[in-house]
Design a protein around this ligand. Sequence first.
Ligand SMILES: [Ca+2]
Length: 71
Amino acid sequence: MSHFTEADLKKIYDANDDDGNGIFDLAETKKAYAQLGEHAKKVDNFEAEFNKHAKDGHITFNEFKHFAVLH
Ligand SMILES: [Ca+2]
């Protein structure tokens, strides 16, 4: 596995924040998650995982870290 840092994750996060409001709705989270490839954390139920972290239907960058494996 190649090195994958918080800075790498932030690049993916920013590139998928389509409306530029700094937070992710479900669609943005799904799209960014799909780009994580081998760095994606396995989740059984993506929407349930999203809803666990989401407040008002959105997650922040810190919460998006739950969907990735940093190393
Ligand atoms: Ca957004």
